[in-house]
Design a protein around this ligand. Structure first.
Ligand SMILES: Nc1ncnc2c1ncn2[C@@H]1O[C@H](COP(=O)(O)OP(=O)(O)O)[C@@H](O)[C@H]1O
Ligand SMILES: [Mg+2]
Length: 196
């Protein structure tokens, strides 16, 4: 299969540097699950869960241990404005697929404005084509333009992991509460709107 050589295959806790389970972020069930059981990744993994369940904490730690900035951008972009990430990345080890790329991109909606400013302040060398003017686009436009410009790989294979009080568990798309709720809403919006 074309995508079996994606860069990160697995994450696990560094046995030489374990994280104290009594303090945050190890108190989050999803983080404890990752530390206790490790986590196998697929070519594309989606974390789904309630606000505060630990999705951003997991994604930030994966990005950091891969060598990306917690505030987003490519592996070359190391801008940071205010550090808020957990210690988790310092306690993780990555298993990379041999011979795969070391390059990466952390596409992160909440820090996009700062990343665009960083790109503007660090322009490409004059002999290269100049970058897109992201700050002169709407948020949606800039997001899509960035994706079209930076990501040229083929296809997308998804693994959906649901994060919550149980830790981390695989969940088929059509069994997610999120999907069921949206399907119910879209098939009969008036049932919901009459309560407003
Ligand atoms: N620096 C921090 N110290 C202690 N708790 C934090 C810190 N940052 C976030 N949290 C808590 O960790 C939990 C998980 O946050 P987060 O990973 O951002 O959740 P989400 O799944 O919504 O992305 C939240 O309950 C949040 O309050
Ligand atoms: Mg989040």
């Amino acid at each position: 299969m074309a995508f079996e050589r994606f860069p990160i295959r697995q994450l696990f806790e560094d046995p030489a540097n374990v994280l104290d389970r009594r303090s945050w972020p190890a108190t989050l069930p999803a983080v404890a699950h990752l530390l206790d059981h490790g986590l196998d990744l697929s070519p594309a993994t989606v974390f789904v869960g309630e606000n505060g369940s630990g999705k951003s904490t997991l994604v930030e730690a994966i990005a950091l241990s891969y060598g990306l900035s917690p505030e987003g951008g490519s592996t070359g972009a190391q801008h940071t404005t205010r550090s808020t990430e957990s210690e988790l990345a310092n306690h993780l080890q990555l298993v990379r697929n041999a011979g795969t790329t070391r390059r990466g991109y952390f596409l992160r909606a909440e820090t996009m404005h700062g990343l665009f400013t960083y790109l503007e302040l660090n322009p490409r060398a004059p002999q290269h084509e100049q970058d897109l003017t992201f700050h002169q686009m709407s948020h949606g436009e800039s997001f899509l333009e960035l994706v079209m410009d930076r990501f040229r790989g083929r296809g997308l294979w998804l693994q959906i992991l649901e994060v919550g009080s149980w830790g981390i568990r695989p969940k088929p798309w059509d069994e997610l509460d999120l999907v069921a709720n949206w399907q119910a809403f879209l098939s009969s919006p008036q049932r919901y709107l009459k309560h407003l």
